[in-house]
Ligand binder design. Structure first.
Ligand code: 0O2
Length: 242
């Protein structure tokens, strides 16, 4: 039995610390006295830390659900459907860029309400069938609410991007409160993930001529088609083995 590899990206504590540092710097600039600084920390920094911590907790809930399913599937089907899980709390800078782009008010409430991918869990499987099986099992759990589903496997993006996206809400249980938190779950095969990582690099490449960009974009669309065909063939082989 293989171990699921957990790769945790931007951690909530790091995000909250980054915001906290900026707020403290801001408080120094406007020259707070001791008492006012304490009020400022309680009113501004603690809610930000709690905000990011909620998403870390929601990620833990979703990861656990997939770990349990992986364990159960491995007994039933003699193999692990999940190759790896990569989770991250969205980078603070990316959240700011998104609220500017979406013209949202600069409040935690507006961010929580309108940005669905602050907590992200990416589940990587070997085979396409496992993606749908896992998604179905997750969605039939009675504490999970499906908010939105986008099937970029059946309907790939023009770029060639393929994955199954689920925005779900999961409850987390805090000291005196139950809170529903949104998580974006992306399910994809190893081949889809390989493709998406390479294409992501091209997206952020700035010093590239328009001609070269066009050529590489076309090449990536072609790679996506070849890769989709490989996924289907591998699935077929497996169906004939089990
Ligand atoms: P990161 O760093 O991966 O988080 P919304 O989030 O709802 O406002 P939208 O357009 O509805 O925006 O979201 P979409 O396209 O369903 O999913 C967005 C995420 O899917 C992206 O997150 C990527 O992770 C992934 N994705 C979507 N399209 C592509 C693509 O063409 N190439 C690659 N490599 N990834 C893609 P972010 O926010 O871009 O960043």
């Amino acid at each position: 039995m293989t171990e699921i590899e957990f790769v945790n990206g931007g951690d909530a504590k790091q995000q909250a610390d980054k915001v906290a540092k900026e707020l403290v710097k801001f408080s120094r600039d406007i020259n707070f006295d001791g008492e006012a600084l304490l009020d400022f920390v309680q009113e501004s920094i603690i809610p930000v830390e709690q905000f990011f911590a909620n998403y870390t907790c929601a990620i833990m809930e979703i990861e656990t659900k997939f770990k349990v399913l992986n364990e159960q599937f491995s007994l039933k089907y003699d193999g692990n459907p999940i190759e790896s899980i990569k989770s991250r709390v969205k980078d603070y800078d990316s959240i700011i860029r998104k609220i500017i782009r979406k013209k949202l008010p600069h409040t935690l409430e507006a961010i929580e309400e309108n940005i669905n991918d602050i907590a992200g869990v990416r589940v990587i499987c070997s085979f396409e069938d496992d993606i749908y099986r896992l998604a179905k099992c997750l969605l039939q759990q009675d504490d999970i609410t499906l908010i939105r589903e986008k099937d970029y496997i059946q309907n790939p993006k023009p770029s060639g991007y393929r994955s199954l996206h689920l925005i779900v809400s999961v409850p987390i249980f805090l000291e005196n409160e139950k809170k529903d938190v949104k998580v974006e779950v992306q399910l994809r095969t190893i081949a889809m993930d390989f493709w998406a990582s390479l294409e992501h690099k091209l997206k952020y490449k700035k010093d590239i001529s328009p001609d070269k960009l066009e050529m590489l974009t076309k090449e990536l669309v072609d790679c996506a088609n070849v890769s989709a065909s490989l996924d289907r063939r591998m699935q077929n082989v497996r169906n004939n083995i089990i």
